[in-house]
Write a protein that binds this ligand. Structure first.
Ligand SMILES: Nc1ncnc2c1ncn2[C@@H]1O[C@H](COP(=O)(O)OP(=O)(O)OP(=O)(O)O)[C@@H](O)[C@H]1O
Length: 245
């Protein structure tokens, strides 16, 4: 059965294809080079790595929010390097769900409006967008908070709003930066089930940066980022103990 799953995975189309990525920070220090990655439909990849190694930078490059110094990133066959800024923005809105480490929940919108935003940006009508947003908020355990504002929420609640917003438009590619870092184990398990549903039932591809053992455990592959790129890692002991989330 496992062999069959592996064959199916190998045959599934790559949603994300990365080749030879190299990135240095302003000032010249090189973060990584020779980085390759392919993530198919229905596949969830966890990325580990020491603090400061470049995990958030990598996610930003994968989303077209930052540029690599060399190498290529393609999403569903479209090379980001060949797209102008408007096309990149459109691709991001339509095909990517991004959970930022700092959440970026807009303070002047209600939670329902925040979560409905990705739908509004792809022209889903207002009533439908708000009702899907409320359903998504309920799925992350915030069904009774849809009219609240960010200032009234805890860090873990904000993180769940960010996750709801990233998943509401059924993105092809989910990029999540420490999505369970502020959550207790039960709540983390609940949101991880949502990521798993998006990947396994809806066919998304997901790349999740995490320090959490429990979060990495839901991944099909665990990779470690270092200066020489991404390397296979199934050594659970390399996960830090930050890890209960
Ligand atoms: N604009 C910038 N100018 C200079 N250095 C930067 C800039 N952006 C990021 N860096 C540096 O690049 C390195 C990688 O940062 P990044 O946030 O990608 O790491 P990370 O692996 O996600 O870390 P953490 O696990 O602590 O979140 C860090 O040393 C950071 O200080």
């Amino acid at each position: 059965m496992r062999a069959q799953n592996e064959r199916e995975k190998a045959a599934s189309p790559a949603i994300l294809s990365v080749h030879g990525l190299r990135k240095a920070v302003p000032g010249g220090r090189q973060l990584f080079s020779g980085l390759d990655l392919s993530v198919g439909s229905g596949e969830l990849v966890a990325i580990l790595g020491e603090s400061g190694v470049g995990k958030s930078t990598l996610l930003n490059i994968l989303a077209g929010l930052d540029d690599a110094d060399s190498g290529s990133v393609a999403i569903e066959g479209r090379e980001l390097g060949t797209l102008d800024e408007n096309s990149r923005t459109a691709l991001r809105r339509e095909r990517i769900g991004f959970v930022f480490q700092a959440f970026h929940i807009l303070p002047y919108l209600t939670l329902a409006q925040n979560v409905a935003l990705p739908l509004a940006l792809v022209s889903v009508d207002g009533h439908r967008a708000e009702s899907q947003a409320r359903a998504m908020l309920a799925a992350v355990g915030l069904g009774d908070r849809d009219q609240s504002y960010a200032r009234d929420l805890s860090g873990g609640e904000l993180q769940r709003v960010a996750i709801a917003r990233a998943l509401v438009h059924d993105p092809a590619l989910i990029l999540a930066d420490e999505p369970t870092g502020n959550l207790d184990p039960d709540t983390a398990a609940r949101v991880l089930a949502l990521f798993a549903e998006a990947v396994r039932l809806k066919g998304a591809a997901a790349v999740i940066v995490t320090h959490s053992r429990a979060t990495a455990a839901v991944a099909d592959r665990i990779l470690t980022l270092s200066a020489t790129g991404l390397h296979e890692n199934d050594q659970a002991e390399t996960l830090t103990t930050k890890a209960s989330a």
